[in-house]
Design a protein around this ligand. Structure first.
Ligand code: FES
Length: 351
């Protein structure tokens, strides 16, 4: 059984399969590439490959600049995707471009400058006799030689430069795992600070219309947001604000409420809770009205909304934070105070 494969050999036409110990494929005419016959084309290809590796280094440097210079809360509008975090998109683009250019450079190197000969290679049994291992080692050494790693000095140096710089962004991002420096808000403070404050109206998160208590039937659930969400998003460009402020309103018979996180935090049996699971932050709206249980679809944490949002099952370690609500002069539901505890996941230190 035979297998036809392309093997490696330096370009410029000075080598033949026979010289290398391969059997040429008899009935496939070989068409040399431009770089095999034209030294100028070969040098041009070399410059192209080196340019890609250099550009890769440039994108890694831009990654650094973006990480340091871009405000974490800044947003940009991108058609199709909408409003996205400026830092996220820039870090993703620069890192993606750096990887892409290393890959493209390597492919171009292989396609244009590495050997281009068709050979027939006999397939062997899967067992590896000593001779085969020796041959594999010899092939490896020959491959190293043939790849031109030693000969194409500029490519070698730029590739090494690109590969050395490439892992650095990963190290830089570890900085976000550090404990907050003194003076900076702790994760717990950041998660406790949301758009909710005394008097902020509650609106549905689909239509942004204000809600009256009579709009919610007993057993009903409404996903909601603060009325100033859009304004804050546009002004401060803060997508995190939306996630942190997401709440659900559920209504039950007041006599069914066992306990709340604060006295009188409901309005006519309507309770407001954060919508973000305290395990690792999935949004939750699976409510079972008979038991008053809220079920997280991610890892099945279950919270009893009639009993202060306590965890009754699953991996969540913290109850679901409750938002105190009332009605304003026009009869619409409003927050009576900010959240009293951090919303969202609890897997990091909270200071
Ligand atoms: S995120 Fe809700 S249970 Fe894991």
């Amino acid at each position: 059984m035979t297998d036809i494969s392309t093997n490696s050999q330096p370009g410029h036409g000075e080598n033949t399969p026979a010289k290398l110990g391969y059997s040429p494929v008899a009935d496939i005419p070989h068409r040399p590439r431009v770089a095999d016959t034209d030294p100028k084309a070969a040098r041009r290809a070399e410059r192209q490959v080196a340019s890609m590796f250099l550009l890769s280094m440039l994108f890694v440097l831009l990654f650094f600049v973006a990480y340091i210079a871009i405000d974490k809360s800044a947003n940009v509008y991108i058609p199709v995707f909408g409003v996205v975090g400026a830092m996220n998109i820039t870090l993703g683009f620069t890192m993606g471009a750096a990887i892409f250019l290393i890959g493209t450079g390597a492919i171009q190197w292989a396609k244009k400058l590495m050997p281009d000969v068709e050979v027939v290679q006999e397939r062997h049994d899967l067992s590896s006799p000593t001779e085969a291992k020796d041959e594999a080692a010899a092939n490896y050494e020959r491959g190293k030689e043939e790849s031109g790693f030693a000969r194409f000095k500029v490519i070698r140096r730029t590739l090494i430069g690109a590969m050395v710089l490439f892992p650095i962004p990963l190290v830089v991002m570890l900085r976000d795992l550090w404990v907050s420096p003194p003076g900076d808000p702790s994760p717990s403070e950041l998660l406790t600070t949301t758009l909710w404050a005394d008097g902020i109206r509650v609106v549905t998160d689909a239509t942004y219309l204000p809600i009256r208590p009579e709009d919610i039937p007993v057993g009903g659930l409404v996903s909601a947001a603060p009325a100033d969400l859009m304004e804050v998003q546009e002004l401060a460009g803060n997508l995190n604000a939306r996630g942190k402020a997401a709440i659900i309103l559920i209504r039950m018979d007041p006599s069914e409420i066992v306990s709340q996180q604060g006295d009188g935090w409901d309005i006519q049996g309507i309770l407001a809770y954060s919508k973000i699971c305290t395990h690792v932050g999935c949004p939750i709206a699976l409510y079972e009205q008979r038991t008053h249980h809220l079920l997280c679809p991610c890892h099945q944490s279950t919270f009893d909304l009639a009993d202060s949002g306590h965890v009754v099952f699953g991996p969540a370690a913290r109850r679901m934070p409750q938002l105190p609500i009332g009605v304003d002069a026009e009869g619409y539901i409003v927050a009576k105070a900010p959240f009293a505890e951090p919303v969202g996941p609890s897997f990091w230190e909270r200071g």
